[in-house]
Design a protein around this ligand. Structure first.
Ligand SMILES: *Cc1c(COP(=O)(O)O)cnc(C)c1O
Length: 356
């Protein structure tokens, strides 16, 4: 252990929600992890306490200027009842990168991982086991100093909460319809698009809402300068299979560096499927579609893992992908990543950690 974690156990345990009734992000476990930071003292008071509301001064910087970052990862229970995590260090390293962008203090990734392991050991019974379910982990940091000046806070809290979540796909992995967004943008190079910070998500709601009212599940974001090049789909990275090769937008300073994205690239290379990271225009996708070479498209992220795309709408054109069906490679990637995560498949990459 790199840190000493004080634990206070809650008196009344909550009733568990049956696995089949779990939805995303509505149920929380009995305990949470909290650590405090103040300028000069650094990080201190690492503790596990009963899950409870926070007490914040109404002038806390996070509430006014959005100085906050978060992460998202999942814990699974192995067939032998052990707790499993998928590349968790990468989440804590990325949290620190988000912190650096937002002028927030970093935390030793080992201290965060040890704290998480401690919390998971206590909350192990909350990990659902039905197929497709998992315990979603939300580490986050907020600026807590009481001050209305626009300046980095001198005080912070780092918190981890846990939420048992249901299967993202109620009836198996299924393709979604995507609206290509030409008016609003998610991020621009030099902005905060590479950080998991709250403002990016608040800014995305308007486009998401408009797409939803037209019957589309998500928007596809184009670059903020020319509105030509593909960036992401909702809060997922995006991949296209064109004429036997896989393409994904290169990390360009406005795209979030997804851990699922990295894992997909590594798995495809392991399978000797060509993967190309470069700038991809919407014109190219139209051309690939027109010539019958657009074979598959999918989004990637921790929540859905793989989200196949069955249809795009760009301006007034509709592009169907693989007749609106889940592609073979998308399905194989989904089975592989979830197999590694749950421990049903051997892990040749050494990506997963397991503990009791
Ligand atoms: C979190 C996130 C992703 C996916 O990242 P993963 O590490 O794969 O979960 C992609 N895009 C955005 C904007 C995100 O916030």
């Amino acid at each position: 252990m790199t840190v000493q974690v004080e634990t206070s156990i809650c008196q009344d345990r909550k009733a568990k929600v049956p696995d089949q009734q779990l939805v995303f992000g509505r149920t929380f476990t009995d305990h949470m992890f909290v650590a405090d930071y103040s300028e000069g003292a650094g990080w201190h008071d690492f503790r596990i306490q009963p899950y409870q509301p926070l007490t914040l001064d109404p002038s806390a910087i996070v509430l006014h200027y959005g100085q906050t970052v978060f992460e998202g990862l999942k814990a699974y229970k192995s067939p032998t009842g052990k707790v499993r995590l998928f590349r968790p260090r990468l989440n804590f390293e990325r949290l620190n990168e988000s912190c650096a962008r937002m002028c927030m203090p970093t935390i030793d990734p080992d201290a965060m991982l040890d704290s998480l392991v401690e919390l998971l050991r206590l909350e192990k019974d909350w990990i659902p086991t039905a197929p497709g379910t998992s315990l979603y982990i939300r580490p986050f940091m907020i600026a807590t100093e009481a001050y209305l000046g626009v300046a980095p806070s001198q005080k912070y809290q780092f918190i981890i909460i846990l939420s048992p979540v249901g299967s993202y796909y109620k009836e198996g992995i299924a393709p979604v319809k995507i609206l290509v967004e030409s008016q609003y943008v998610r991020a621009v190079a030099g902005g905060t698009g590479t950080a998991k910070t709250a403002g990016n998500y608040a800014a995305s709601l308007k486009a998401q809402q408009a797409a939803g009212s037209e019957g589309y599940a998500q928007v596809m974001w184009l670059d903020g300068v020319e509105r030509k090049y593909i960036e992401e789909v909702g809060s997922m990275n995006v991949f296209f299979k064109i004429d036997g090769k896989v393409y994904t937008p290169a990390l360009n300073g406005s795209i979030l560096d997804g851990i699922t994205r990295r894992s997909i690239i590594d798995i495809l290379r392991y399978w000797e499927v060509p993967v190309i990271e470069r700038r991809i225009s919407m014109e190219e996708i139209r051309e690939a579609h027109r010539t019958g070479k657009l074979e598959e498209a999918w989004g990637t992220g921790t929540a859905a893992v793989i989200s196949p795309i069955g249809e795009f709408k760009w301006q007034n054109e509709l592009f169907y992908v693989n007749n609106g069906q889940t592609g073979e490679l998308s399905a194989r990637l989904y089975d592989t990543i979830t197999g590694l995560q749950t421990g049903e498949m051997p892990d040749p990459f050494g990506w997963t950690i397991e503990f009791e």
